[in-house]
Ligand binder design. Structure first.
Ligand code: ATP
Ligand code: MG
Length: 266
């Protein structure tokens, strides 16, 4: 990884970029993945690069649904493996979930490399490498290929940096879909049952903590938590967070940090 100065103001964001570039060189991330990350970064900037309150609401509901699931599956692609392999493995152990490699741009080699990376972080069971079948009707991309020990059998599927078409196809199959997606306007965000509008790294961290906190709650209280959850309202709240932040800056130009005397240097 190239050196990033300790005091660089955008250090966290640069570290994530370096991780993607490193795994792009290894063949885990595809060039399209780098572009998708850029779209995510833009929304991260707009929400203030922090876990906003509506994301926390979604994380709470997501933790409840994953704890109540009888067969939860975490769907992993190149970007999520590059950014959050360690978190993914920790979460899979906390909720006893199978991890499945599922790729838009699929090759056996890429799937194997991702499974190997997850295994390095201690993953016990990774499916979707050499056991995939045509399982998601209505999809033309390689993402229709799923494992009978994974997504095909799952009741709850956690997806990250997902394509909207597939989220919709999973819903049609009757799956309960939890999505982590920085863009509250994407099709994935709108098609999922629960949408966590947050960076995948922060979201998984918070989700692991929330699972630990809710672990000993009764099934009844988890059900109540889910009953009171409204994804449409949570998406609207996330959009309001962005809109309010932008309107505040638009109305208070003194809060925009600029070099006041820049023109004097000309
Ligand atoms: P959709 O198909 O759902 O309408 P899209 O076509 O805009 O979405 P895709 O390339 O299919 O986008 O999927 C990538 C999604 O992942 C984007 O919505 C992007 O905002 C989001 N994303 C990118 N990087 C991150 C990240 N680090 N954490 C969370 N979400 C991210
Ligand atoms: Mg898409």
């Amino acid at each position: 990884m190239s050196h990033i100065p300790e005091d660089h103001p955008r250090r966290e964001s640069l570290i994530l970029r370096e991780k993607l570039v490193e795994d792009f060189r290894k063949g885990i991330v595809v060039p399209q993945g780098l572009i998708a990350h850029g779209r995510g970064e833009c929304f991260d900037y707009l929400i203030g690069e922090k876990t906003i309150e509506p994301a926390m609401k979604a994380i709470r509901a997501a933790a409840a649904s994953l704890l109540m699931a009888s067969y939860p599956v975490i769907s992993v692609n190149g970007n999520s493996a590059a950014l959050a392999a360690e978190h993914i493995v920790r979460l899979s152990k906390a909720i006893d979930a199978v991890i499945e490699v599922n790729l838009f741009h699929r090759s056996e080699r890429r799937a194997r490399l991702i499974a190997e990376k997850l295994a390095e972080f201690g993953a016990r069971d990774v499916v979707g490498v050499d056991d995939v079948v045509e399982g998601v009707p209505g999809l033309s991309s390689d993402r229709r290929l799923v494992s009978s020990r994974g997504i095909l059998k799952a009741d709850v599927v956690l997806v990250m940096l997902e394509d909207g078409d597939r989220t919709e196809a999973l819903r049609r199959l009757g799956k309960f879909v939890v999505a982590i997606d920085l863009n509250p306007l994407s099709r994935t965000a709108r098609m999922a049952n629960i949408t966590i509008v947050d960076n995948v790294v922060r979201a998984l961290d918070a989700l692991i903590r929330e699972v630990a906190r809710l672990r000993n709650h009764s099934r009844g209280s988890l059900e109540n938590l889910l009953k009171g959850y409204d994804n449409r309202e949570v998406l609207a709240e996330a959009i309001r967070c962005i809109a309010d932040r932008l309107m505040h800056l638009a109305r208070n130009p003194e809060e925009i940090e600029v070099f006041e005397d820049l023109h004097k240097e000309l």
